[in-house]
Design a protein. Structure first.
Length: 168
């Protein structure tokens, strides 16, 4: 019997050999997001005041993200945040991404769930297929950066840029 695809969500998972707090910080601080994930990560609190580069984002913050070598900007909101456990944010038209963190014998288990994906053909390709592959790369990039001090995307860092975090 053929199994049908649930186009409304997908899950990606990876283990990173670093403490959960460091992985959480990599998802929630501008300076770190701009190292492994984004060219520009801007966050504003509920009063419209920009967050500092080392400040942890908070529930209700809005964001504007720009990827390296891609002109698109993603605008959204932080929907939920629990220290060392969960970061949830809007993503794409009507979609949500949940990043769950859990201590494991390998360091930190990162489980990313993208859900509420619209099921018309365009969104199946752009958000399900495109983001499935995109998150696979970015999670591998996070692991490479945190465990080995290298980034795999076009703007890479020199070894000295990650010494304090990676060698923690």
């Amino acid at each position: 019997m053929e199994k049908s695809i649930d186009w409304t969500s997908f899950t990606r998972r990876i283990h990173i050999q670093k403490p959960t707090q460091l992985v959480f910080d990599a998802w929630t601080q501008k300076r770190l997001l701009e190292t492994w994930f984004l060219e520009i990560a801007e966050f504003k609190d509920s009063n419209g005041v920009g967050r500092k580069p080392i400040e942890t984002v908070q529930l209700g913050d809005t964001f504007s993200w720009k990827w390296n070598n891609w002109p698109h900007r993603e605008e959204g909101e932080v929907l939920n945040i629990k220290n060392k456990e969960l970061i949830s944010f809007t993503f794409g038209p009507g979609g949500i991404v949940d990043v769950h963190l859990k201590e494991s014998k390998w360091g930190t288990e990162v489980t990313l769930i993208q859900k509420q994906i619209p099921t018309d053909d365009k969104h199946k390709m752009d958000l399900f297929v495109g983001c499935y592959g995109g998150w696979t790369f970015w999670l591998a990039n996070l692991k490479a950066w945190m465990e080995h001090g290298i980034t795999l995307h076009a703007t890479g860092l020199s070894e000295g840029d990650t010494t304090n975090l990676v060698n923690s």
